[in-house]
Design a binder for this molecule. Structure first.
Ligand code: SF4
Ligand code: SF4
Ligand code: SF4
Length: 316
């Protein structure tokens, strides 16, 4: 990791020095252990702030829509797929973005670590050679990285960026023999009533803070349907029907676009698991249209197009 971070800094310095880009979006050290934070660099003098490590969890593609300048962005495999989505949807142009791709071996789920350590306050966290080293005032603990990865990282099929202008370091091996839909199949095996209960139970914790929406690179509408008053699509209460409509609309909105980056689940303060429903939608889109999101800038996502021979028997 340190080697990749060093390389990253060297390459970003060159980009800014030669004025190939106006700005670089990357990660810097967070104020808390286990955290990094997005940073926006416009000067070579700032480049030493950049970091790359297993705590770089944000999907920085979130900061691209609406930009006018030439931007370099540090992007993992899943982030690159979101960038591809934004290009397909004309939110940015390919020419405007310089993708600094980073092969990624998975990001550490800080909530799993925090729940393992309970009340202990972690003051410093590092990760090297598959081991996470945690230090507090009166303790030190070493954990196995593989046990604390995000669930999306455990079944990631695109750890190496598929599109990039510059790749930082060597490619990493892609995961083999992963079963990414094991949980979805369990959900599909439930009866309709059980599925509805499952859904209601999960979303009953939602406080409608919209952090999930704010973290998703594909939620860029100037006005979200939840905020519209003319027409008003849903009420602004936290009663189960309003909350349910928000979640169902959101899942349909990202159908065929979601890249399973996990940013929405990470942002949720109530620990709501968004993934099972998003993965169900991803599986349906794959089975119905043979399409996976964010793999080619030339492709048109299935829900953004139509064919004359598409079945129309649902229109009566
Ligand atoms: S989903 Fe894949 S590319 Fe994205 S952070 Fe996890 S391992 Fe890396
Ligand atoms: S819906 Fe969630 S997992 Fe999917 S692209 Fe948006 S933030 Fe990532
Ligand atoms: S982040 Fe969590 S609590 Fe907030 S609106 Fe989304 S699901 Fe609900």
């Amino acid at each position: 990791m340190q080697k990749r971070e060093k390389l990253l800094k060297e390459e970003v310095k060159k980009l800014l020095d030669k004025k190939q880009v106006d700005m670089v979006i990357g990660y810097e050290k967070g104020t808390l252990a286990l955290r990094t934070t997005p940073c926006f660099l416009a000067s070579v003098d700032d480049v030493d702030r950049l970091v790359w490590n297993e705590f770089c969890e944000n999907n920085l593609a979130k900061y691209l829509p609406g930009r006018k300048e030439k931007v370099a962005i540090v992007a993992k495999g899943c982030d690159v797929r979101s960038i591809v989505g934004l290009i397909q949807e004309r939110q940015i142009t390919r020419e405007q973005i310089f993708i600094v791709g980073i092969p990624c071996e998975g990001i550490i789920d800080r909530r799993k670590i925090e729940s393992r350590l309970g009340e202990k306050e972690i003051l410093e966290a590092t990760c090297e050679n598959g081991k996470i080293l945690l230090r507090g005032e009166d303790f030190q603990e070493i954990l196995k990285k593989g046990d604390f990865l995000y669930d999306s990282c455990k079944v990631c099929k695109y750890r190496n960026p598929i599109v990039f202008d510059l790749l930082i370091g060597d490619r990493v091996p892609e995961l083999e023999k992963i079963d990414e839909y094991a949980e979805v199949r369990k959900f599909e095996a439930e009866s309709p009533d059980e599925r509805w209960l499952h859904f209601q139970k999960e979303i009953s914790k939602c406080i409608r803070c919209y952090a999930c929406r704010s973290a998703c690179p594909l939620c860029y509408c100037e006005q979200c349907f939840v905020d519209q008053s003319q027409p008003r699509w849903i009420g602004i209460t936290d009663n189960p029907s309003d909350v349910g409509v928000f979640h169902l609309f959101r899942v349909f909105h990202v159908a065929g676009r979601c890249v399973d980056c996990g940013a929405c689940s990470r942002a949720c303060p109530m620990n709501i698991d968004h993934r099972w429903l998003l993965k169900k939608m991803e599986k349906d889109v794959k089975e119905l249209f043979g399409y996976e999101a964010g793999l080619s800038v030339e492709e048109v996502p299935p829900l953004a197009t139509f064919k004359e021979e598409d079945p129309q028997d649902f229109i009566k």
